[in-house]
Design a protein around this ligand. Sequence first.
Ligand SMILES: Nc1ncnc2c1ncn2[C@@H]1O[C@H](COP(=O)(O)OP(=O)(O)OP(=O)(O)O)[C@@H](O)[C@H]1O
Length: 356
Amino acid sequence: MLRIELSHRFGDFALDVDITAGDGITMLFGPSGAGKSTIAKAVGGLLQTDQAYVQLGERVLADTSKLLWLKPHMRRIGYVFQEPRLFPHLSVRGNLLYGAGHDTDLARIADLLDIAPLLTRRPAGLSGGEAARVALGRALLSAPSLLILDEPLAALDARRKADILPYLERLRDHANVPMLYITHALDEVARLGSTLVLLQNGKVARSGSVKDVLSDPDAVPVLGPRMAGAMLEGHVVRHVDGLTELEVSGGLVWVPGTAGAVDTKIRLRVMAQDVIVGTQKPQGLSALNILPAKVVSLHRGDGPGALVVLQSGTDRLLARITQRSLDEMSLAPGDAVYGILKTVSVGPTDVFAGLD
Ligand SMILES: Nc1ncnc2c1ncn2[C@@H]1O[C@H](COP(=O)(O)OP(=O)(O)OP(=O)(O)O)[C@@H](O)[C@H]1O
């Protein structure tokens, strides 16, 4: 458990947050200047805030009311930054063991990150993705109680980023180290996050499980209307004709490609703009995915759009429709409807397969 209570002023900017995070990856997401880095620095002990209470597990790292402020090296926190910051004169092994208390974990971490074949190489010869994995390994080998990842994928192109994401999933599921992850990218949030903290102007706008916050209509103004969409969890049922059938709580969904072996757990991001609402089960429609659902609530915006929250099994889906359609269908909370997922909405980039 990580508890972060901070207040700080930088001129006009006032930070005032109270965050509780569990295991897994806690995502700090928000626009530029929202206060993400300030929080990360204060947790790491690099910036002393006006007021702070930071507790990691049983250990209190800072309590300004008691004049307690542990120095960064006493906090047992590992960092991973945008750029790998490897030492050029050391081999990969030397980099990994730099700062490691002992090397008993080297084999395990090298295996988790697939970097064993690189151990004798120098950083200069590594690809961007390999260097990023070595940087992750080095941070983990310092046996941290918490890993802070500050936009770790922001400097990588889309292909390299796609290569690294499965490793971050592995670390989340197998490294047993809680992580605080700063990002501007909602796809990383949906794919990796356990807890999501949405920050705006130095305050927590929403926080909770990634699933709950992403499907919360009140979070849409912070996320941006075009980025609104739910995250569903399910597993692979079978592969047929280049398509994969997934079971989510509300039913079965087909996605293009072969996303993971049978039973692989997957996360599926379904954007609000890619969900159509029907009051009757559609016939003769090319969309493959139709989930029975109930209307939970309706949210009219200032513009022509409206947001419909649907309950599908135990999941919530968001659908962005026009206010005109809303009026024509005279939808009301409790109505039984169908959520029609346009096939494009579940393309490969929105399907997140785990490795295990
Ligand atoms: N050392 C400093 N002195 C003065 N103001 C600062 C300092 N560090 C940060 N700020 C201000 O505090 C606010 C929050 O900055 P912070 O870097 O935490 O935001 P952020 O959410 O991490 O932004 P970004 O996504 O751009 O990195 C900004 O208005 C910034 O200008």
